[in-house]
Every structure is written in C-alpha cells, then in structure tokens.
Write a protein that binds this ligand. Structure first.
Ligand SMILES: Nc1ncnc2c1ncn2[C@@H]1O[C@H](COP(=O)(O)OP(=O)(O)OP(=O)(O)O)[C@@H](O)[C@H]1O
Ligand SMILES: [Mg+2]
Length: 402
C-alpha cells in the first residue's frame, strides 16, 4: 500500500484498518459455535456506528473456520412485510448454499448435428426450495420448516462435513409483526428456528441491529429471552481506542501520532468506532499537509467538530421541530444525558432552563415522537437514550453557536 494513503475508513460497514477490541464478544460467539445442540442464538445490538456490521463480518470468518456455512443479508422493510416475504428471504439465502448440490441428472443430446450426449445437472436452487414450501400443506410455519429442513438434509447428505448453517441478518430492527394487518413475519422467524433447533437441526440465527432489536424480539415471543444471547456493543475502552488509532499507522515512517494526539482523539471520539475512524482520517490528512509544509502536526479540533456536525449530526437535528429542539436542549443539559434519561428529570430540568416549561405528559408524548423519528430510543426499562452517540455534546455545541 502507498504509505501516504490515508488508512482510516469512516463509513457504514467499511472494514477498519485495525479492528480493535471486541474480544469478549468474539469469545461469546465462539462458545455459541461449540453448542452440540443449538439452543442459543446471537443478537448483536448497539448505537449507530458502534461497529455491528464489521463485527458481524469478522464473526463470519470465525464461523467458517469452524466448519459452519454462513448466509444472510441486510433486512429491509420488504422482507418484513408478511410471512411469504420472509420465507422467500430465507429460501433465497439457503439456496445460495444448496444450489451446487445436484438433485437430478439428465442425459440429453448435445446441440447441433451430433450424436454426442451431455449431462444436464440440476442443483437445489431457489425454485426447488420454494416449491417444497408451496407444496407442503399447512400453515406458513410448517411450509417454511419443510423447505429449510429439506435444504439442510441435502447439504448434510452431500457429505461435505458441514457443522451447520448460520443465518445472519443485519439491520434486523427492521423485522416487525403487523398485528393490525394480521401479518407476523417476525414471529414466524422465531417459531421456525425454535422448532427446528428443538428437533436438533444445527441452524443458528445471528441478528444485528439497533438497540430496539432485542426488546422487539422479546415482545414478539417471550421465549426469545432464552433463545438469544444478547450482546450490546459499547464504545471501545481507552486502550482499545488507542489501538484503533495507532495500529494502522505502525511502521508508517511519514506520520507518527504522539501520546498527546492519541489522547485528544480518545477524548473527542468517546471511543465510538465511527468517530474514531472519522477523526483519525481528518487528523491524518491534516498532519500530512502540515508535514508537507515542514510544520509540526496539530489536531484541528474545531474544524473536525464542525465537519462531524455537518456530516453526521445535522441531518438528524434538522428533522426536529423548534419545540423538539428545546426539549432536546434540556435533555442535553442533564449530566447523564449520554446514558439514559426519564420523564421526571427532564420536567425538573426544564424549570431551570430559559424555555417554556414542559409538563410530564408533554415530555412523554414528545419522547415517543422523537423515538419514531429515530433520534431516541426507549429501552426495556422505560427510559430513553439518544440513538446516536455523543448527541448531547453536539446539541450543546449548537446552543453555543446561536
Ligand atoms: N472495533 C473497531 N475498531 C476500529 N474501527 C471500527 C471498529 N468497529 C467499527 N469500526 C469502524 O466504525 C465504523 C462503523 O462501523 P459499522 O458500520 O460496523 O457500525 P454499525 O454499528 O454497523 O453502524 P450502523 O448502525 O450505522 O449500521 C466503520 O468505519 C468501521 O470501520
Ligand atoms: Mg451496520
């Protein structure tokens, strides 16, 4: 690689130059991979930019090393419309793994004026799995189980020594039941895996998504609490953050970041992976320019904050109304706003602020609206948390600017 090329990679799902930390999470997953009979599945949740997608990718490699097949994709709204869409999704993902298994062979004449014959081989593709689904009598649950079991049995008897299959779905917070329309795709997914696992089939779910994911699973089926090992991705610790900053430039003879610079990046990023990559990319560029001019590197804190505000935060902020912004500013003035907050402390704090005070019912209605807009989320204990990290500090900066 060109030594002066910037190695840092801010962006959704971009593999970082060095994946720091996450050792405990990998060990939990390795334990799940060792299950004789699969009873526990993985749910990986965290705020935006906490590193779910790239961790899922490295778990894929761990699983494959242990002889598991890995399939799946991002869950978009359409997979979650109804039971049939979800079944199509699963059959399509399974077919990727089964399509090389030959289920029928036919001798036919080769094309042209020749007496040579050739063998037509048909693999177990999507159409074949979907027809097992269609032809099995009963409910969507029976049909889906029949199709997936059929695929698994074919894989197992193809003698390839496969340990099992992992169905991995990112952005899985998009999975939803729609009771008002009598559609239950999420329940179908849980029921199907629970039932197939009870029969001893080595199929495992690995779901990743925003913090709303796990409560959603448990709301859908209470047994989901026992069915999933829930792993929440926190920000990286200080030593891990330092690794994420410094390892990618080890051996780079053009740029060195001193202790103080690394410390400044640790503080600014709060250990959140996306921010680490973003800030490091900016610092790297700034240092390269200054060194080119023969000057010492300096962390352009103010400029980076401004860029981060306009690239990352302001799109979210612009979705809020004036009154919602007032409420968010009150929340941002709470000491523990980056953790969680409740209605009564917001009401109390609003009395000290120079805004029209908020009543408790005002606050709870507005929190619900802000959660629907994706700015907050409600945790299982009825408290709220910002949906993006370091949002409180951004809001305070906004107040300083006006
Ligand atoms: N452990 C890590 N060490 C260093 N960088 C990381 C780490 N995890 C993630 N990153 C970087 O952080 C950024 C965000 O990662 P990723 O897209 O996986 O987050 P995410 O949680 O899936 O976000 P979203 O909720 O938006 O889907 C990427 O630029 C990635 O390279
Ligand atoms: Mg992601």
């Amino acid at each position: 690689m060109n030594k002066s090329a910037n190695p840092f990679r801010p962006g959704a799902g971009h593999t970082p130059p060095y994946l720091a930390g996450r050792e405990a999470e990998k060990r939990i997953f390795e334990r799940l991979l060792r299950q004789e009979v699969v009873t526990e599945n993985l749910v990986l949740s965290g705020l935006r930019g906490s590193g779910k997608t790239v961790l899922l990718d490295s778990l894929k490699h761990l699983a494959m090393e242990q002889g598991w097949l890995w399939t799946g994709t991002d869950i978009n709204e359409s997979a979650s419309i109804d039971e049939a869409n979800l079944a199509t999704r699963l059959c399509a993902d399974l077919a990727i793994k089964t399509s090389s298994i030959v289920v029928s062979e036919k001798q036919t004449l080769a094309p042209g004026f020749t007496s040579e014959s050739r063998t037509l081989r048909q693999g177990l593709g999507f159409e074949a799995l979907k027809s097992v689904f269609a032809e099995t009598p009963g409910l969507p649950l029976d049909k889906l189980k029949a199709a997936v079991e059929f695929g698994w049995n074919a894989l197992e008897s193809s003698g390839s020594g496969i340990r099992g299959i992992i169905f991995a779905y990112d952005e899985a917070q998009n999975l939803s039941d729609h009771a008002e329309k009598d559609r239950f795709p999420l329940t179908l997914l849980l029921d199907a895996f629970q039932s197939m696992q009870r029969k001893g089939l080595p199929l495992m779910l690995a779901l990743a998504g925003l913090p709303t994911l796990y409560p959603k699973l448990v709301d859908s089926r209470t047994y989901a609490e026992r069915m999933f090992r829930s792993v929440f991705l926190e920000s990286l610790s200080e030593p891990e953050t330092r690794d994420a900053i410094l390892k990618p430039i080890e051996g780079n003879d053009q740029i060195t970041l001193g202790n103080e610079t690394a410390g400044a990046i640790v503080r600014m990023s709060g250990g959140y992976p996306y921010f680490i990559q973003f800030i490091c990319r900016e610092v790297y560029d700034a240092f390269t320019i200054r060194l080119d001019k023969g000057r010492k590197g300096r962390v352009p804190v103010r400029e980076i904050e401004e860029k981060l505000d306009s690239d990352f935060f302001s799109g979210r902020w612009s979705r809020a109304t004036d009154r919602q912004r007032e409420l968010l500013s009150v929340i941002a003035s709470l000491e523990h706003c980056e953790n969680e907050f409740g209605v009564s402390e917001i009401v109390e704090k609003s009395k000290e602020a120079s805004v029209r005070p908020f009543s408790a019912s005002n606050v709870s209605q507005m929190l619900t609206a802000l959660a629907a807009q994706g700015l907050l989320y409600r945790n299982r204990f009825g408290k709220h948390t910002f949906a993006v990290p370091l949002f409180g500090a951004f809001i305070r900066r906004q107040a300083e600017r006006v």
